[in-house]
Design a protein around this ligand. Sequence first.
Ligand code: OGA
Ligand code: MN
Length: 209
Amino acid sequence: MSPSNPTSINIDVIQAVLFDVICKDLSTKSYSVQKNAIPEELINLLCERVNSEDGPHYKSAGIGRSVSQHKNQSVRRDKIAWIDDDMLIDQKWNLWTETLRTALNRQLFMGLTPIECHYARYEKGGFYKKHIDAFSGTDNRKISIVIFLNDAWKTADEGELMLYVGPDHDEKILVSPEIGTLVIFLSTEVPHEVLPTNGTRNSIAGWYR
Ligand code: OGA
Ligand code: MN
């Protein structure tokens, strides 16, 4: 295979290189942001699914938990739908997350178990205030991932994901929620927030334990 002819490079090779970069990033700086991280066919199917009339069955996030819905609405304003193992597209997504899990386990010796994911939809005015996905010792979420499903996102739509990184969490990384961008980070290490969105914003968030 000639590296001077990128069209001949197999998709598995591209993914393997990507996974290497992700593992290196995670071990050196606790996070990684990768554009066009998901094979095109898969990302397009996921986008179609969230945009279709018969898409995921969303519910307000946090309903049925111990926090009151009122309090919850001041922390996050989004709707979620857990990945549906009976849907072919969701099965394909699960398969992709399994290949990533294998790479993380092989290179970082993390002993991660299969991911749990939900779709999230933030309508205009939606947000998720600065939070951390897991506290060491109290929760066994180890790695968080977010993948964006907005095929026509533009700056005016806002709703960026802000990561607070570095030893003192004072370094801000602003990520545009553009289709195919993957954000991955150590769940206990990286506070983050979804800035208020000015349009509908679709994503998948997931956690490996
Ligand atoms: C989360 C989260 C970010 C996003 O659900 O914990 O941080 O962009 N989501 O959906
Ligand atoms: Mn989060």
